[in-house]
Design a protein around this ligand. Structure first.
Ligand code: AVJ
Length: 327
């Protein structure tokens, strides 16, 4: 490599698609005006929320992250085999450094890595760190909202295939219609020859699931309540932080954890000019975490024009990885 190419590479050219700044106040007001009331879960991840989520992943009850990492390690050989050589890895989000490291290390000569991430700091941190560990993989970060179509930057060394990586069962935080949309947008991004590796948490004993979202140390409760603290700080709402409590229940019929903040008393919350009355015991929905069976995930993927070509579950059947490609 000559000096010019070396410099060009080191710059990790950022594609900045200027995601429209979130209208936190408008989204909050719209959610509170619904029946039942709802708050958007995408606002969990401010600095404190991201710190609390990291702490959740270390709780004994929250098996998802640990099990997925272990599964990645054991399934890496077959994943690399199925993906083939010279892939361009595109990650939807960039929160998962350790899993990405495993993937890039296990693949046969990956040529480029594109995280698509709305937070510029998280995005640049991730490519700086990974760029040091993988000097031969071109870092092509894109600052964008991954729920919208994103044109991919071209790698210097032509890739044979695009592999979209979407670990962590993050898909589960989207409602059904949005999940299908997101999978369809992955299909666009991967192209006809591409594929996607998706992490999914599997349906299981409700007691195990409910424990994972109600850890004894109360970290998940703190994570959920932090949403109110963030809103109070950013949009001047007056949620009483000591008058709501965290509740996560597994709705078996819908196969998902439904997390709510429950009002401990009758109270009124103000956002700007708007006032919202809560009854004692009223639940405000803040998050869903969808769980899957083989059949339910395959059906969801099919609605997005994708078919499952490979699947790996951990030995206990708690968590799965699925490789999908255009049907
Ligand atoms: C970010 C999707 C992995 O839904 O399990 C963890 C977020 N919320 N505990 C999940 C979360 C409460 C988490 N994911």
């Amino acid at each position: 490599m000559n000096a010019v190419t070396a410099r060009a590479r080191a710059q990790a050219a950022l594609t900045d698609l200027r995601p429209r700044p979130d209208d936190v106040a408008a989204d909050t007001i719209a959610g509170l005006a619904r029946t039942p009331k709802r708050l958007p879960s995408k606002y969990f991840y401010d600095a404190e929320g991201s710190r609390l989520f990291e702490a959740i992943t270390r709780q004994p009850e929250y098996y998802l992250t640990r099990v997925e990492l272990a599964l990645m390690e054991t399934a890496l050989g077959p994943i690399a085999q199925a993906a083939g050589p010279d892939v361009h890895v595109v990650e939807f989000g960039s929160g998962s450094g350790r899993k990405t490291e495993l993937l890039l290390a296990g693949l046969d000569h990956p040529v480029a890595y594109t995280p698509i991430e709305i937070s510029r700091t998280a995005l640049m941190d991730s490519v700086t760190r990974l760029g040091q560990s993988f000097p031969d993989v071109q870092m092509l970060p894109v600052c964008a909202d991954f729920t919208r179509p994103v044109p991919l930057p071209a790698a210097q060394h032509r890739s044979r295939r695009t592999l979209v990586f979407f670990p962590g069962s993050t898909l589960g935080n989207f409602r059904e219609a949005e999940s299908v949309q997101l999978l369809a947008s992955m299909r666009d991004t991967m192209g006809e020859a591409g594929c996607a590796l998706v992490g999914i948490d599997l349906d299981k004993d409700p007691a195990v699931l409910e424990a994972a979202y109600n850890d004894l140390a109360g970290v998940t409760a703190a994570f959920t309540l932090n949403l109110l603290a963030r809103l109070n700080r950013e949009i001047g709402s007056d949620f009483a932080l000591d008058a709501f409590h965290h509740r996560a229940v597994y709705a078996r019929e819908r196969m998902r954890i439904e997390t709510a903040l429950v009002s401990d008393r009758a109270q009124t919350v103000h956002v700007g000019e708007h006032a919202f009355a809560f009854e004692a015991g009223e639940a405000m929905q803040v998050e869903i975490s969808q769980k899957y069976t083989d059949a339910s995930f395959a059906a969801l993927a099919a609605r997005a024009g994708l078919r499952v070509t490979h699947g790996w579950n951990d030995p206990t059947g708690a968590f799965g990885l699925r490789l999908v490609q255009p049907a």
